[in-house]
Ligand binder design. Sequence first.
Ligand SMILES: [Zn+2]
Length: 318
Amino acid sequence: MAAGALQRRLLERANLCSRCWHDAVQRCICSRLATDLALSLPIRCLVLMHYKEYYKASDDAKLLPAMLAPGLADIFTYGVPGELDRLQAELAVDPEHTLILWPGDDSLTIEQFVASLPTSSPWHRPLSSAETADRVEASAQEQHNGTRPMLRVVVLDAVYRHARTMFRHLHKTAAEGLPPPKHVALHPRTLSVYKRAQNGYAQASAKSTAKSADPEALRICTVEAYALLLEELGEPKAVPQQLVQAVVINNEALECLESVAPRSNPTGRRARRRHHLERERAAAEAHPQACAAAGVDGEVGTERGATGCEMASSTLEE
Ligand SMILES: [Zn+2]
């Protein structure tokens, strides 16, 4: 069913850019996105994306494979036959150096995760001065020498209830004889700029984090979560910052879409209001990593206006 739905979506949205998933003619943001970003640390991102998020302009996880160098990020589409098996096969490569970003009960901090690795793991070792001086080269050398193994990070990309289902499914279907991957929650020091945070997500997150066992573990969007994880692991800020900036760029394209849609959409004020409320409801239970609370709007506000809404639009895509 999911595969059929995806097929139909791809056909219906043939106008979209295959890289950024915005309208290829009117709103493509690819020229503003960095490409082939190399990391100084051997970390591979495995995006488990719910099929309903696939090929949606508002999705942000698409930015990871679009921007990172080949081999550093891959999308596995939940709901499409064979995709979970492909992911499980990857998780089985080196289970000890694999984690899921998920802020649920019993989650570890990144420090606890590293401490839980076998004492022989080179991930215990702080980065050397040589790496600090030229870490990309040093890391490549390390990989070559096999001293610091690839760390695999699963990120879940879906609205909250779907992500929770995917997480549970992943646990239940862990490869035979293997424990499910450990899950790690972040303590981000930056605020979310994620689009959905503007639509009531902040309040939803504030409530959910206040009730959780770890209220300090704020929730943010998929790309931001990954960017922060990279920083917590010791990756220099340059690449994480470019990833977060891409979220801002994606949001600007979405804002343009919304700002012009009412003028060209003849459905009337009441319909637009209904649509807005539907979006708010959806946003309130959006991504599991999503949302940092207070200050979100202010931060977005300063980032906005950098380019203005120069792009045209005809319809809302969600
Ligand atoms: Zn594009």
